[in-house]
Design a protein around this ligand. Structure first.
Ligand SMILES: O=C(O)CCC(=O)C(=O)O
Ligand SMILES: [Fe+2]
Length: 549
């Protein structure tokens, strides 16, 4: 068996696979010359490699386009499958000339599960950011305008999309509740399949692909029925599904209830209301569902760049040069931008230089691995489409500097070698990569295991080591905060009160990366190490402060 690495969940890991690819393809070419009768699948493999234009230094102009990244995954997964089918019965010990092929499986390779995961990533992007589908199908261009007016326009993909890809996206969308994308993709698949047949296109590089037009039509009809059923019986959205405003069925469309555009019954943008929901949700699962639903919808709106808070509230926010009382930072203060006063929530601009970020991500790349408590084995439904590593700051001078800057500015004790905090949790996102709504604090019980006796996660400092070109904001659905990532900046907030009580208002999520590459480094500062030399507060439930001037 090969695969099982979920490489689609990390562009940096796909980059490594691409590097390996560039070493093996020249060897494959030699084999073709010497064994002309053995080599049909290898020939096909090389042809597709060349169609994708992979014979150059891996780069993020290519990989940062999610459709290109998907094509890379598809090429290796299918091409390798074909090669395997063909060579399964060969004794590689005797045919030493071909042994390098077998050895390739010692590397991390994608399998067909990764195609599913990558396709699901693409429809997640389509359903959320609503990019123009005909541009996508015709030219592989991702084009949309976010609610904040930001225009997104990618270059064309390196290769055109096939009916296989559109069918895959449609079925992935259907299987995961994205009924709005599902039927649209499948309709496109029918048109594409017809064109492929008319022009007699060679699709043999696609392993075992044999869908004909009637089959795709059947899939499309089913997807439309499921779409209409959900829309009619459960409405346009729930935590687990999404549809268009109108049904596909013309008769059903006449029903009055579909005239009204979707709107939440209630919004949660203040602490008092959130508390009401969370208190009740402990005993009432209906309230819990509703809270999760509202949060999910507000998350999506924030991801699309919509402003949820009032102009009046936004106009109170300001920026300062912050030093946190540190003599060192008085000489070189950090640009600090308020995102909110409740919770206290700031962006620190330029806490790292670009070259420091690059040094750090180069160091992190080879360390990436599955996140803790990762969902299922070969988990295309993964809602944590990111790979992680956990360096401590003494392992890299860039992280050491970052940690020192954090300590000076925040006044928090954050040295992980002294047990004041955890090490860094770093992450690199994959195709359509995102991270579901979560709090950073542990649901703490005195008996819980917490790393290094740091105590619960008092503060988070989330540093953006590489910023995507579009999408990938970090959002706080209940507080109405969104921060679009900027390389070298960090977001700082408190997860707990002085009493150690968790602040539910800090639940947050990473939006899907639409274009480009995203790396993060989290510093979680422990609760236990902050009490020496800190002034006591009168009200142990008041909010922790960030520098105000
Ligand atoms: O990547 C992001 O924007 C958020 C990541 C995050 O919340 C986490 O790693 O805990
Ligand atoms: Fe987080």
């Amino acid at each position: 068996e090969y695969g099982g690495h979920d490489l689609f969940t990390s562009l940096a890991q796909l980059e490594v696979m691409w590097q390996n690819e560039r070493e093996i393809v020249p060897k494959m070419k030699t084999v073709i010359d010497n064994n002309p009768n053995l080599t049909q699948p290898i020939k096909k493999y090389i042809e597709e490699y060349e169609r994708l234009g992979l014979d150059h230094e891996p780069n993020y102009d290519f990989l940062g386009h999610p459709l290109n990244a998907y094509f890379l995954v598809r090429h290796v997964a299918m091409g390798w499958g074909n090669i395997r089918d063909h060579f399964l019965n060969i004794d590689f010990n005797k045919t030493t000339e071909l042994a390098f092929l077998k050895e390739r499986e010692n590397e991390k390779l994608v399998s067909e599960y990764d195609i599913d995961g990558a396709a699901f990533g693409l429809v997640r992007l389509h359903s959320l950011y609503r990019f123009n589908l005909s541009q996508f199908v015709e030219h592989g261009i991702i084009s949309t305008t976010l609610d904040n007016g930001h225009k997104v326009l990618s270059r064309p993909s390196v290769r055109s999309i096939s009916s296989f890809d559109l069918t895959k996206m449609g079925t992935e969308a259907s299987a995961n509740g994205l009924y709005d994308s599902a039927a649209d993709m499948l309709e496109m698949a029918i048109q594409k399949r017809k064109k492929e047949i008319a022009s007699n296109e060679d699709l043999s590089y696609l392993r075992n692909y044999d869908l004909d037009v009637p089959m795709i039509e059947t899939l499309t009809q089913t997807a439309k029925k499921v779409h209409d059923h959900y829309l009619d019986t459960r409405g346009q959205k729930s935590v687990a599904h999404r549809t268009h405003q109108l049904p596909y069925d013309k008769k059903l469309r006449k029903k009055k209830k579909f005239k009204k555009a979707f709107q939440l019954d209630d919004v949660i943008l203040d602490r008092v209301k959130l508390d009401k929901y969370t208190e009740k949700s402990n005993t009432n699962s209906e309230v819990m569902r509703n809270l999760n639903f509202i949060s999910e919808v507000q998350k999506d709106e924030l991801c699309r760049g919509k402003q949820l808070r009032s102009d009046a509230e936004m106009s109170q926010l300001y920026c300062i040069y912050a030093h946190g009382g540190s003599p060192w930072l008085r000489l070189g203060p950090i640009r600090m931008e308020y995102n909110s006063f409740d919770p206290n929530h700031v962006t620190l601009r330029g806490i790292l230089f670009d070259h420091e970020c690059d040094d750090i991500t180069r160091f992190l790349g080879p360390k990436l691995d599955f996140p803790p408590g990762r969902m299922n084995y070969k988990s295309k439904k993964n809602d944590w489409t990111m790979k992680n590593c956990w360096p401590i700051e003494s392992q890299h001078v860039g992280l050491e500097k970052l940690n020192r800057r954090i300590e000076h500015l925040s006044g928090l004790n954050a040295d992980s070698s002294k047990g004041y905090s955890e090490g860094f949790m770093c992450g690199n996102y994959g195709i359509g990569g995102h991270y579901f709504i979560h709090p950073d604090f542990h649901h703490y019980r005195p008996t819980d295991y917490l790393p290094y006796n740091t105590g619960n996660r008092l503060a988070t400092i989330l540093t953006v080591l590489q910023a995507p070109e579009a999408g990938g904001a970090t959002v706080w659905p209940n507080a109405g905060i969104s921060v679009f990532p900027e390389k070298g900046s960090a977001i700082w907030w408190y997860n707990l009160r002085p009493s150690e009580k968790a602040d539910q208002f800090t639940r947050h999520s990473a939006c899907p990366v639409l274009l480009g590459q995203k790396w993060i480094g989290n510093k979680w500062v422990g609760y236990n190490a902050q009490w020496n030399g800190r002034k006591c507060v009168l009200d142990k439930d008041e909010l922790f402060q960030t520098p105000k001037e």
